[in-house]
Structure formats: C-alpha cells, structure tokens
Ligand binder design. Sequence first.
Ligand code: PLP
Length: 470
Amino acid sequence: MVLIKLDSQSEVNGTNGSPVLSKSAVLHRDLSEDFLLLSSSEGNHLILEDGRRVFDASGGAAVSCIGYRNKRVADATYKQILDAPYCSTVFYTTKVQEELCRFLVDSTGGHMARAYIVNSGSEAMEAAIKLARQYFVELSPSQPQRTRFISRRQSYHGITLGALAMGGHKYRRAKFEPLLMKNVSQVSPCNEFRFKAPGETNEEYVARLAKELDDEFQRVGPATVCAFVAEPIVGAAQGCVPSVAGYFKAMKAVCDKYGALLILDEVMCGMGRSGTLHAWQQEGVVPDIQTIGKALGGGYQPIAGLLANHRVIDGIARGSSVFVHGHTYQGHPACCAAALEVQRIIQEEDLVAHVANMGQLLSQGLKNRIGGHPNVANIRGRGLFWGVEFVSDKTASTPFPEAVHVAMCISKLGLDSKYGINVYPGAGSADGLLGDHIIISPAFNVRKEEVEWIVETVGRLVDDYFATLE
Ligand code: PLP
C-alpha cells in the first residue's frame, strides 16, 4: 500500500525529533516522504493507486504534449524495440534517428545544420557546452582561449555539474558550488515584472541589459568568451518569464560583436510549448546552438537533443570532423521512434496553432479569475506555458518567506480530490528576489472546456489556500 500524506510535515519528525524515513527502497527526492503511486495515465489524467483521478494541468514538468496512452506512439515504440532496440552509434545509425533529425533540422527553415539526440535536457546542455568549446578549438586559426561562458541569474539549465554551473538556480546549486565550473559568470535575467526599473521603457531596459552583457564581456576579456547561454522563456527558476521585445536581438548583437556563440536552452519552452515550434522564432534571432527536450518526446521516452547551425557544424567539419562526445544510449532508436510519432501527431493535428489559441484562453481566463487576488502578483507566459507568481504583499511585491513553501503547498493541495489538479511548483530560485510560483502547462491537445476547468480549479485552489493563511 502506498499513499500520499498531504500534510507531509506531520510525518517528517518522529517523537524524538529524528526523521521518520519512508519505507521505500527508492532514493526519492525527499527521503522522508511517501510518494503518490501512479498506477496509470490516460488522456490528460493521472490515475492514482488510491483511485484518485488528477488532471495533469502542467504535463508533469511541461513534458506531456499529446496526453497519455497514445496508441500510435506506443505501437511505433514497440515496433522499433522489436526491429532494433539499441544502436551503437560508433558505426551505425537508424532510420528513425535520421528521420527525426531531418524533421528537426528542416523545422528551423534551414538555419540549423545538424541535430544530436540524447536522453535528458541536462545531457543536451552538457553537449551544447562542449560543442561550443570544441568549435573554437577547431577553428582555423584556433581560439583555445575561449573558455568562458556567460549565463544569467535565476535560470535553470539542468542538474549535472556543467549544466548546473550554467544555471542560476540558487537552491539547486548551493550544496554543489565548490564542484561547479569556475569559468561561468552571470548577468541579470530579463524579467519585466521583477527587475525593470520604475518608469523605464522596454527599450531602455533592453539597452541596460545589453550594456550589462557588454560590460561583462569586457570584464572577463571578450576574446575569452565561448558563448552566452539563456532560456528564451525562463521555466523552473522564475515560472514562465518571457523577455521583453527586442531583448534577444540586443543580446545576440553583443555576442556577434565579440564573436561568441548564442546558446538558447529550449528544453522546457521549446518544441511547440510557446505557440511556435521553436521559441526563438518569436524573438527575431536564430541561436548558434539550441537545446530541446521535454515536448520532443512528450514523456513517452526519455529524449532530448541539440540543434547546431552551419557556422558550428562547418567549423567542426573543417577541423577534426569528430565531435568528441558520446553516450552509450545517444540516438536511442526507441526514443527516436516515440519522438518521431509524437511530432507527426503534433503536425497532423496542427497542435502548435492550437497551443497558441488555447494559450490565449488560458492566460485571459487566469487573469480574469485570479489576477485581482491579493496574493497573486503576476501572471505571465506564452502559448501553453504560464506562470503565476505569489506574494505576501501585493503593493510591495514582497515574496513569502521560503519556509512557508507556498508553491509546494498549493500544488499539494491541488492533489486533494476536492480539486484533482496537478500544477508544477517553483520556489522563486529560493533567493528571496522572486515570489514562489506555479506553472500551468497542459498538453497541447487540451480542449476549451478543459482550459475553462483549469482556470476555475486553479482559482478555487488559490482562494482556498490563501484563506487558510489568514
Ligand atoms: N534546461 C531547462 C530550461 C530545463 O527546464 C530543464 C529541466 O527542467 C533542463 C534544462 C534539464 O533537463 P532534464 O531535467 O531533462 O535533465
């Protein structure tokens, strides 16, 4: 028997104050908690062992994009497992890998030259870091002094050491700081709600951030910078924060001025989630390298990847022509088969356009329903990728103390059968500058009635949770 304790804190401490460990053999994220046992999932619902049905309004961590139990994807994956379950990529490739990468490259309108398939967003970011570095080493003449990366505070690029070093998620970095790459420095993110100065226009804000980036290049030595790394829409670290118009153009201009690469991390916001297949398509820039993940395979298999443009690929091709990187399971056939089928379904059902339409309904609905709530500070996002930020004092935009765990409590409350909704919690990078947030990012095929239900249910959840704090 496995159950969830909504009030987990009551179970955490034993009578002598020592932690009571869950009986599970799994090294769960929190050793003191019992975890919900998921018995199956169908459509956009999670079905728990205790019989509860939970509407997955965040697609897990913005992963699910065509819903669950899709027979076409299951059949395509099963067939591939029978045909060729594994492929050593030293000598071989598979039709599904070739087809998937062709689809990805073509989807960029010729801007990208090659795609590389791995199994997680963190691996994709590690590969992006190494590819950028190798590009400069192999250039003729070589630029081996380009060892530095500039990224942004309040960002998240993955959990492995290289990717974690790029990110600015304080909580996730804190215990590992001494192990992280030292050649990464960080500049401000672009967050209109939190960091744009009073009275500042968008143009002035962008100019200020571009100057800050330019100054950082100058500070570390412009010729030592390999790449600037950023998420087009900041996911886990801020809660779906897009940049103001013109921001990425200005950042790219600084990169171009100093010959550095632009790496855009679209692991969370990409592959249709933002209302266009690639989030950069709304920014008027093309990155040199982009990473993709979650909605690539929609959760059917662990798959992520990167796309690199002609500049990078030609540079490597003219050098050794060998990308000195590789994983046992890269380009995994079953993962490629699942992702290819997911992407075919998205195309056939015109789901990216549907994302844009449903996104408008969702954002307007949320703004109408909870925009005026005294603890809701800001609702922002794009497509079907929306964040709601909470504060204790709306006038001063004061975040709740970290110890209150506002986002986590709201998300847990949502699992109560009174609501039956899954929303994704985030704790404002735990740096005291941002409020807690929840992410609402349903599957791309969410229906109008479901969007309306999400809006109303999130509304009740927010009303009820904050009523308990009064
Ligand atoms: N980059 C971004 C923007 C992410 O949101 C994430 C995960 O949430 C990652 C990278 C890391 O991906 P993964 O968890 O698949 O390793």
